[in-house]
Design a protein around this ligand. Structure first.
Ligand SMILES: [Zn+2]
Length: 73
């Protein structure tokens, strides 16, 4: 699986939040699927439209990540 990377700091680990401000660590694959690092974690009720980078202050849509199949960097 190819993982998409942060446009600012180039790492591929992010987290998502729900309304209770819980966090789940995720990767994003080349088809923009958000995948929990821990397979036991559920993403139900989490907002998958906004990712938060673990390495820097970047946050935004999965479509803004580097390395997706639609573009070549
Ligand atoms: Zn980053």
């Amino acid at each position: 699986m190819k993982k998409l990377r942060c446009p600012q700091c180039d790492i591929h680990r992010f987290y998502v939040r729900n309304e209770q401000y819980d966090k789940v660590l995720v990767n994003v694959d080349e088809n923009y699927n958000v995948i929990p690092l821990n397979p036991d974690d559920s993403l139900v009720d989490f907002d998958l439209s906004t990712l938060y980078c673990l390495g820097c202050s970047w946050s935004g849509s999965p479509k803004k990540l580097k390395g997706g199949s639609k573009k070549i960097y």
